[in-house]
Design a protein around this ligand. Structure first.
Ligand SMILES: Nc1ncnc2c1ncn2[C@@H]1O[C@H](COP(=O)(O)OP(=O)(O)O)[C@@H](O)[C@H]1O
Ligand SMILES: O=C(O)[C@@H](COP(=O)(O)O)OP(=O)(O)O
Length: 305
């Protein structure tokens, strides 16, 4: 039997080498499940060939990276990136914004899966809770969609302002109170979480939260309007989809205005804007950015399995 030695929170542990555990971590670097298991078997046989009966996690990672580099240097890089993020001791709070239909929930789900982050919440859900607490009289905008909040503004904006954006901003700044509460709780509890939705807008989350190294925000964009519209068709085909396609098509121009506003805010606040055309490219860009900023030396903690 081969024993693997590691440390978690400063405490040493020893566990039997498992091809299943190793192959699961290889899939985080986008190695297919069958290939991952085959590679795990190769690594196990190499350990046996070298008469290794006990190995540290660090030494095992060296074997893994060597084999991955033979397979595909890009996959080796993804594996290294993934491990750097996992080793960090601070909770990672990832905020993914973009207008309705851009793909924030799909990308958030994929990132959570790739990084093994177990907590994910949409700003729609946060808004739903707030709607139970805040009456329509007190905050008419929160009881609207982001792209229809303009219809319930108490004070109509001056003619030179775009009512859709004024309504959207009012709607977002209200929901942002709930988003900040979730960020604060995650930081307090020390849990990593992904928060996604139309209410993640640069400049609307408190600066003292955004300036933390382990709070990262991304804005998804989609310049091609036709492709954006197609996302609503694609979403309504999903078996669990309940939201009426017609509603989004009717308000598509308003949704595009909110998208342009979010992107302009991202440029003002230096938040990465990622064109969400291809899922894998989007995920890789987000992970690469996180590794550079969050998974850097300063954050890397003790070795973990
Ligand atoms: N990069 C992408 N390429 C192709 N389809 C995508 C991509 N991102 C999202 N989608 C699809 O677009 C639709 C809308 O995505 P969704 O994540 O629900 O949007 P949002 O949460 O921003 O409203 C879904 O059917 C999803 O599968
Ligand atoms: O308010 C909004 O813009 C959308 C956001 O939802 P997503 O389309 O981003 O999931 O919620 P809606 O009121 O349409 O259910």
């Amino acid at each position: 039997m081969i024993l693997v030695e590691g440390t978690v929170n400063g405490k040493k542990y020893t566990e039997p080498f498992s091809k299943g555990v190793l192959s699961r971590s290889l899939t985080r670097a986008e190695v297919g499940p069958n290939r991952a298991y085959a590679m795990a078997a190769i690594i196990e046989s190499k350990l046996k060939e070298n008469n290794i009966t006990k190995i540290s996690v660090d030494e095992l990672v060296e074997y893994i990276v060597t084999e991955l580099k033979k397979e595909n240097p890009l996959i080796a890089e993804k594996y290294i990136n993934w491990r750097r993020i996992r080793q960090s001791q601070e909770p990672l709070i990832i905020l993914i914004g973009g207008a309705s239909g851009i793909g924030t929930s799909s990308i958030a789900f994929e990132i959570a899966n790739r990084l093994g982050i177990k907590n994910m919440v949409s700003t729609d859900m946060i808004r739903e809770v707030m709607r139970k607490i805040v009456s329509k009289e007190l905050s008419p905008v929160i009881h609207e969609s982001s792209y229809t909040a303009c219809n319930v503004l108490r004070v109509p904006p001056p003619p030179e302002y775009d009512a859709i954006i004024v309504g959207y901003k009012s709607h977002v700044e209200t929901v942002s109170v709930g988003v900040e509460a979730v960020i604060e709780r995650a930081l307090k509890e020390g849990i990593s979480i992904i928060i996604e939705g139309v209410h993640i807008v640069p400049g609307f989350i408190r600066e003292d939260l955004m300036e933390k190294d382990n709070v990262v925000m991304f804005t998804l964009s989609l310049s091609n309007e036709k492709m954006h519209k197609g996302r609503f068709y694609s979403r309504c085909r999903q078996t669990w989809a309940r939201r009426p396609l017609q509603r989004y098509l009717e308000h598509f121009n308003a949704i595009r205005k909110t998208q342009n506003y979010i992107v302009s805010q991202a440029k003002t606040y230096d938040v990465p804007v990622i064109e969400n055309i291809d899922v894998i490219t989007t995920i890789d860009s987000i992970i690469k950015y996180i590794t550079k900023t969050y998974g850097g030396e300063k954050n890397v903690g003790k070795q973990e399995s």
